[in-house]
Design a protein around this ligand. Structure first.
Ligand code: GLN
Length: 538
């Protein structure tokens, strides 16, 4: 049977619960344990797919094509698991299935209520994932902040689960804030006391407190928290700000959080202890905080003031830095503000240009302009999804002289539709989970930059799009030097384009960023940053 760690958050949002879950997962994996992390999102959306990046940051896509919260990206980056639909439940999915059952008559005669029907559905989803994956440890992150109305059913479900499972099989780790008040010159424990009190009101007693703090807490502060929050002193763990998020598992390790959890849950390590965390320190943390080289990469997107909107992109670029022992300075460039007049200035001195995915008309012309800069100046270029589509449009317009080339996403009647709606999308009207989503195979041509990166012909990558390269223009574009180096074997959809006579220029229809990890950088990001390093040495 799996052991359960329920992670809740208190006082304020954005304390980094996702990173904390992922780091605890990493820590336990270093003891040879199989860890699965699941996220409960209290919002009513069935999935994150239709949410605006301004509101919710990036939409992370799993292999099985689920559009999820970005925390699943943290889980995959820190741990060995590959997440699926079942790793993310939202209030929307829970109610959806309870209501479907009600309509079918499954509860005939009964009054359907939050307790027990909704809470049973939540418990069943949590337990079945543990059972099915045979996880040694299931970490369940409860989204939101304790005290929110929306997360109550989830908290009630874990209250019941803790009772059912028993104290050796389930614990609650509560992430809280311990602010340092400069005026008073000390840490303040009251917000934490209140938040733990709020948990107690609903019948939950935290076993471990993870205290977010800017400065080291004194022993006195820790004992005070322990006393008032009814936990042992060694269960008051500091989650102090670190230079790099990848240091968090090491910082938890130093405070023996792994031992505390394993002792409480009566978990025994399997295999070689601690080995992988040494590797993590050597191959991830050291190069991340003390790199030898430096490059600058422009990311040209339209949500640049919301860093979470490009979370996986930024992380994957950093992984490219880690793999190349380089610090990557990211220059955020708002695509709406980029035009022919200021492109040179905004992109001056960069060693690489990355154009990420996106939707809608706003900012597309700026992205096309950024591609033009990278192509003409022989600056390494990586275009992802819409970024690849922008590369095709730019090439058609400026190299093939098809000035009216564009995408039907922006103009249905565009004269030269080099990018057009996927055939399978023609009758789709619903917006939720209706794109071409998840992992699809792609075959890579020998001798290409992509083959050099992947070193194999058959790959699988994750997708999230409605439009594709229009094969009618293949001949024209390839005669002028655009190379189609990756094709989806089912239906000949163009997955990768490259440029002849350019040091490194790759556009891909899929999203490589979702599969990059700090200790196993995605090959395209690794080679892109390597090319940027070469550019910087030119
Ligand atoms: N909007 C484009 C499409 O739907 C690109 C999608 C993306 O970049 N994720 O095809």
């Amino acid at each position: 049977m799996s052991k359960y760690i329920f992670i809740t958050g208190g006082v304020v949002s954005s304390l980094g619960k996702g990173i904390a879950c992922a780091s605890i997962g990493r820590l336990l994996e270093s003891h040879g344990l199989k860890v699965i992390i699941q996220k409960c999102d209290p919002y009513l959306n069935v999935d994150a797919g239709t949410m605006n990046p301004y509101q919710h940051g990036e939409v992370y896509v799993t292999d099985d094509g689920t559009e999820t919260d970005l925390d699943l990206g943290h889980y995959e980056r820190f741990t060995n698991q590959t997440t699926t639909r079942d790793h993310n439940l939202t209030t929307g999915t829970v109610y959806n299935s309870v209501i479907t059952k009600e309509r079918r008559g499954d509860y005939l005669g009964g009054t359907v209520q939050v307790v027990p029907h909704i809470t049973n559905e939540i418990k069943q989803r949590i337990r079945s994932l543990g059972r099915r994956t045979r996880a040694d440890v299931m970490i369940v992150e409860i989204g939101g902040t304790v005290g929110d109305i929306e997360s109550l059913p989830f908290l009630e479900a874990i209250r019941q689960l803790k009772l059912e499972l028993g104290p050796e099989n389930a614990i609650n780790v509560h992430l809280t804030l311990v602010p340092f008040l400069n005026a008073a010159g000390e840490h303040k424990t009251k917000p934490t006391q209140h938040s733990v009190g709020k948990l107690r009101e609903i019948g939950l007693q935290a076993e471990v407190l993870l205290c977010r703090t800017e400065y080291r807490m004194t022993r006195k502060v820790r004992s005070k928290i322990a006393l008032f929050c009814n936990v042992h002193e060694d269960a008051v763990v500091e989650a102090r700000d670190v230079k790099d998020i990848y240091e968090v598992p090491l910082s938890f390790k130093e405070q023996k959080l792994d031992r505390l959890i394993m002792r409480t849950l009566k978990l025994k390590g399997k295999g070689r202890r601690n080995q992988s965390l040494d590797r993590w320190r050597r191959y991830v943390v050291r190069p991340a905080i003390d790199p030898q080289h430096k490059v600058c990469i422009a990311v040209v997107g339209k949500y640049m003031e919301v860093p979470d909107a490009y979370k996986s992109i930024f992380e994957a670029v950093r992984h490219g830095g880690i793999a190349n022992d380089a610090q990557v300075e990211i220059r955020p460039v708002e695509s709406d503000l980029l035009d022919a007049k200021n492109a040179e200035k905004l992109l001056e001195g960069v060693n690489g240009v990355l154009v990420p995915g996106g939707f809608g008309a706003r900012g597309v012309e700026g992205k096309v302009r950024a591609v033009c800069f990278a192509r003409e100046n022989k600056v390494p270029f990586l275009g992802i999804c819409l970024g690849m589509q922008a590369a095709v449009i730019e090439f058609a317009r400026n190299v093939c002289d098809l000035k009216k080339a564009g995408t039907t996403e922006i103009d249905k009647n565009v004269e030269i539709p080099v990018i057009a709606l996927l055939e399978e999308q023609k009758n789709v009207t619903a917006k939720g989970a209706s794109m071409r989503l998840g992992a699809y195979p792609c075959r890579i041509k020998s001798g290409s930059l992509s083959f050099q990166a992947y070193r194999k012909h058959q790959i699988h990558e994750r997708h999230r799009h409605r439009y594709e390269f229009n094969n009618e223009f293949k001949k024209t574009l390839s005669s002028r030097g655009l190379k189609f180096t990756g094709i989806c074997p089912k239906g000949s959809l163009v997955e990768i384009v490259e440029l002849a006579n350019h040091p490194w220029f790759v556009g891909c229809q899929f999203h490589p960023e979702f599969r990059s990890k700090p200790d196993r950088c995605h090959p395209l990001f690794r080679d892109f940053v390597e090319a940027a390093l070469e550019h910087s040495a030119r």
